[in-house]
Design a protein around this ligand. Structure first.
Ligand code: NAP
Ligand code: MG
Length: 505
């Protein structure tokens, strides 16, 4: 039996093939557990069980407040097990325990609580304007979509699963989740906790770990699935759209980014430098909305660059399980190699970085240096260079000078992505004018990374389709049905429009 099993049709189980895969703590290259390795057969079984649970089971028939009660119970279960979940999340993903305890686990519980509120508060019916002649009453009914699948990445495993499961269940759908292969543990742990607490009817929530190429493809393509929500790379996002198009399923896509954090000449440099460093190096830069392009006004450029280099040198790399560590290992060696490759490219394109640029020295004993990468800053980077255009997903910052607010906006918008961005300034009116011109799904003024379940999140351009969170993130899990009622149940006076076909009928 695998250490962590799949949840299919109300039961924790091994995969049909009996295969497992190993998951590692990247900091020490140490095996943590054996995970059941789902395949296409498991995905199909889960989809069929989900179809039945939606079409015949009790869940979609519950009232919004009954569903809200269950979601709040899940939030409570997460809070009751927060320490264990935070530890597992950090061990498996390399994210710091500080991040898991302060952001990931409570953030996921908050998402369940927010969508519980949505289930209670968002109306299931909305009246439409009454027509006098021909007379009718009209209204819209909001209904769940059905079987919703969620495919999630490794960078924020627990938060991401909450963003997929909570709105789907809140709106009366059933949900199947595939975690990323590198970080499956906490999704399977939550499945186990919910099953043991007997919180949901069978097949309302199912979790299948396994490869994207088998489980993921089935969850996106199977005709019995009604909606796919995906977070991950733009490349796989395109594939998901193709697979979903076979049966014209709606998709929500949260994809890559290369966000611009604009520092205007009137910014407080202490605050702005903190916003730039936090905006880029939080979680080793493995954040889709990271502000990896810092655009800095030439008037303050030299001074700010000096402060950035000085402060970046104080960021502590170490064991992610130590609460004092700022950046842990990257999720795996592949990410380290990617960062390294881009740094080599950056050296060719713009020269030596002002700090970092390689694997760190002097890590505490027992940590594998091959899992770590130093916070790295390239300066005077042309926006057209590859390191400024391509997503690196590691701790690499490009600093780009500009001469006017309009030029800053033009550089910020010169990207295939549009996920997020920042404006740092002491003049809020000026900052908001810049924010209004940025073609991106979120802008933080004098801040960064401030995501909350009650505010919409998502991308412009190739950063995605649709929004998660907020009220919008609830409504995309619902169908709209228009009902037209002619109160005349007999007679023809009200029906002259039939003559649009023929005056003889
Ligand atoms: P990824 O390779 O796109 O994988 C994401 C998920 O898709 C994983 O669960 C993966 O499974 C699965 N998958 C892979 N190939 C698939 C296929 N052909 N069909 C269906 N599913 C498939 O991304 P990642 O490497 O995990 O994450 C890093 C990327 O995600 C970055 O580019 C980042 O920008 C983006 N990201 C975006 C957001 C956002 O909100 N916009 C948030 C986080 C990350 P396996 O793990 O088994 O391969
Ligand atoms: Mg792992």
């Amino acid at each position: 039996m695998a250490d962590y099993q799949l949840l299919i049709d109300g039961e924790l189980c091994d995969s049909a093939s009996g295969q497992t895969f190993e998951t590692y703590n990247p900091a020490k290259n140490e095996k943590i557990a054996e995970i059941a390795k789902g395949g296409t057969e498991d995905a199909v079984r889960a989809i069929e069980a989900a179809r039945k649970a939606f079409d015949e089971g009790p869940w979609p028939k519950l009232s919004g407040s009954e569903r809200a009660e269950k979601l709040r119970a899940i939030a409570q279960l997460i809070n009751d097990n927060a320490n264990e979940l935070a530890e597992l999340e950090s061990l498996d993903s390399g994210g710091t325990i500080r991040k898991s305890q302060l952001a990931d686990i409570p953030g996921a519980a908050q998402a369940f609580t927010w969508f519980a509120q949505m289930a209670e508060e968002r109306p299931d019916k909305a009246d439409l304007p009454v027509a006098v002649f021909p007379q009718s009453t009209n209204y819209a009914l909001y209904e769940p979509l059905g079987v919703c699948t969620g495919i999630i990445p490794w960078n924020f495993p627990f938060i991401m699963l909450s963003w997929k499961i909570a709105p789907a269940l809140a709106a009366g759908n059933v949900s199947i989740i595939k975690p990323a292969t590198y970080t499956s543990i906490t999704a399977l742990k939550l499945a186990q906790l919910i099953t043991e607490a007997d919180l949901l009817p069978p097949a309302v929530l199912q979790v299948i770990a396994g490869p994207g190429s088998t489980v993921g493809e089935e969850l996106a393509a199977n005709p019995l699935v009604d909606k796919v929500a995906f977070t991950g790379s733009t490349e796989v996002g395109r594939r998901i759209m193709q697979l979903a198009s076979g049966t014209v399923k709606p998709v929500t896509l949260e994809l890559g980014g290369k966000s611009a954090n604009i520092v205007l000449d009137d910014a407080d440099l202490d605050q702005a430098s903190a916003a730039v460093l936090w905006g880029t190096f939080f979680h080793g830069g493995q954040v889709c909305e990271s502000g990896t392009r810092a655009l800095v006004d030439k008037k303050i450029y030299d001074e700010l660059v000096g402060i950035l280099a000085d402060k970046a040198g104080k960021i502590q790399l170490g064991d992610q399980m130590d609460f004092m560590t700022d950046i842990g290992p990257l999720v795996n060696r592949i990410q380290v190699e990617t960062a390294e490759r881009y740094c080599a490219l950056g050296r060719e394109e713009v020269g030596e970085p002002i700090c970092g640029g390689g694997r760190p020295e002097g890590l505490p004993e027992g940590l594998d240096v091959n899992a770590y990468f130093q916070p790295t800053i390239f300066t005077d980077v042309p926006n057209s260079s590859k390191i400024a255009q391509e997503e690196i997903f590691g701790p690499v910052l490009c600093v780009i000078p500009f001469s006017s607010d309009d030029e800053a906006v033009a550089i910020a918008n010169d990207s295939i992505y549009g996920l997020a961005g920042g404006v740092q300034s002491s003049n809020l009116e000026r900052a908001e004018a810049v924010a209004a011109k940025m073609r991106t799904g979120t802008v933080w003024i004098n801040d960064y990374h401030m995501i909350s379940p009650d505010r919409p999140f998502g991308g412009y351009k190739q950063s995605g389709i649709g929004r998660e969170l907020g009220t919008f993130g609830y409504d995309v899990y619902r169908q709209v049905k228009h009902v037209h009622v002619n109160p005349e149940t007999s007679g023809r006076d009200n029906h002259i429009q039939y003559s649009a076909l023929s005056s003889n009928i």
